[in-house]
Design a protein around this ligand. Structure first.
Ligand SMILES: C[S@@+](CC[C@H](N)C(=O)[O-])C[C@H]1O[C@@H](n2cnc3c(N)ncnc32)[C@H](O)[C@@H]1O
Length: 301
């Protein structure tokens, strides 16, 4: 990554780890040249910035994978995105929320990747959430003028930049459970795991509870590659007992991170985030010390 600015992907999601990218980077061995394995890729911001060479990017959310696969295959280009967003944005401007909900209904029946992008960028707070029937159910962000010229250009540029990143490496996208992904790990790989935070926002696509946390721990403790695992340790209200129970013996670095919920400054919630890592990564400690002194930067979902 070097001095280059962090690449922000076109899909948004709660729990996006943009601000943690430089911090995660400190734990990657300097001589690492193997495959990047990301079983919970979400928006992909971590792997798109840090993978070098080849990567296996997986998630159980089939729509995020379909969108990125279409960009990788050249089936969706920046030009397509621009034309689509201008067209839909114009209708949104005139019809307002009725159009947002029409696109949502259309997406829930046809699953068009461009409609997924539209919802991700015009849904409330850029959140991804599905109900039990598997339908996307985020309400409108209430901004009929959402797709201004500047915003459309910004998203188009993100798609173009992503296409360049994907062409420069060997990215494999898979819709699969993290256990299948972790079974595909071989020595020389590097794993970054960012599961839904148990007890906090878990409803991205499927849930996450203590059984999942225990299974993930079991898998990671028996894998042949070094891993970094993202979790939270505490908020002003409570501690994460699961992280102590399952990951208490492993080395970690921590950082207080502020999230604005709903864009309201009075709604700043501090969360102590942790990167827990396999003991074979401890040689990076010097680097880590420096980075953990970094001031944490507020993030907007
Ligand atoms: C915290 S988010 C990942 C965020 C990501 N690091 C980013 O920066 O955008 C967790 C992701 O795990 C996915 N997920 C949930 N259960 C899963 C499972 N059993 N196997 C694989 N992925 C799963 C969700 O769809 C969601 O995208």
């Amino acid at each position: 990554m070097g001095d280059t600015a962090i690449f922000i992907p076109p899909i948004k999601s709660q729990g996006i780890k943009t601000k943690l990218v430089p911090w995660i980077q400190t734990l990657i061995p300097h001589n690492f040249s193997g495959r990047w394995i990301e079983p919970f890729m979400g928006t992909g911001v971590v792997g798109f910035n840090l993978a070098r060479g080849s990567a296996l990017m997986a998630d159980t959310n089939p729509y995020v994978i379909a969108f990125y696969q279409a960009i990788a295959d050249g089936e969706i280009t920046g030009r397509d995105v621009r034309a689509y967003l201008i067209k839909e944005g114009d209708v949104l401007r005139v019809q307002g929320e009725a159009h947002y909900y029409a696109v949502r209904e259309r997406f829930n029946s046809d699953h068009d990747p461009l409609d997924f992008l539209f919802l991700s960028r015009a849904g409330f707070n850029g959140m991804i959430r599905f109900n039990r029937k598997g339908d996307y159910n985020i309400p409108f962000c209430r901004k009929p003028d959402r797709f201004s010229q500047a915003y459309v250009t910004k998203i188009t540029n993100q798609v173009n930049r992503l296409a360049t990143i994907l062409r420069s490496g060997d990215f494999e996208f898979k819709v699969q459970d993290y256990r299948v992904t972790l079974d595909q790990v071989v020595a020389g790989d590097f794993i970054y795991c960012d599961p839904p935070y148990a007890g906090r926002h878990t409803d991205y696509y499927g849930g996450w509870d203590e059984t999942d946390e225990a299974k993930l721990n079991e898998k990671l403790m028996h894998t042949t590659a070094p891993f970094v695992y993202s979790t939270w340790l505490s908020t002003q209200f409570r501690d994460n007992e699961l992280s102590e129970k399952y990951w208490g013996d492993l080395p970690r670095i921590t950082q207080k991170h502020f999230y604005h919920i709903g864009g309201n400054l009075d709604n700043r919630h501090g969360v102590v985030e942790a990167l827990i890592y396999s003991p074979d990564l401890t040689s990076q400690q010097l680097n880590v010390q420096l980075m953990s002194e970094m001031e944490s930067i507020p993030t907007l979902f």
